[in-house]
Design a protein around this ligand. Structure first.
Ligand code: FES
Length: 143
């Protein structure tokens, strides 16, 4: 074997042995984990219980592509309710009004009850709901 052939084989061997390491290094660190708020059960963290209590609602317009809001269930405050924050009339973002216990749409005045059902129109369709829970100090929602 000539020196050049040996050198080429050696280089190919090094490339082949280092490729798995390079691929592993390129894999995303943003995969959901329990520590980062996502878990194998599909729940992701929207915020902390302290934030929920301070703000009255947790809202995030991009939870895996969904615009969501989470509130404490007024009828069972130890529980939380998650709804789509997109108004079913024309897609504006609803805002939680804790004093009236309603999700209010600023565009045309539709109001939704805490469970997402319609309180007043013009919309006729309820807000979509999502599974939500409190775990430790985290408020989790399943998208
Ligand atoms: S978009 Fe909400 S009432 Fe029209």
């Amino acid at each position: 074997m000539k020196r050049r052939e040996f050198s080429n084989l050696l280089g190919l061997g090094l490339l082949a042995t280092s490729l798995p390491v390079a691929i592993a290094a390129c894999q995303s660190d943003s995969a959901p984990t329990a520590d980062s708020g996502g878990a194998d059960d599909g729940f992701v963290a929207l915020g902390t219980v302290a934030e929920l209590d301070a703000q009255g609602a947790l809202a995030n317009s991009n939870v895996q592509g969904k615009n969501l809001a989470v509130i404490r269930d007024p009828g069972a405050p130890e529980s939380v309710i998650a709804v789509s924050a997109l108004c079913t009339h024309a897609g504006c973002t609803v805002v939680w009004n804790g004093e009236q216990s309603l999700f209010a749409c600023p565009c045309h005045g539709s109001n939704f009850n805490p469970d997402g059902s319609v309180n007043s129109g013009p919309t006729r369709e309820p807000l979509a709901t999502f599974e939500a829970k409190v775990e430790g100090d985290q408020v989790l929602v399943k998208v």
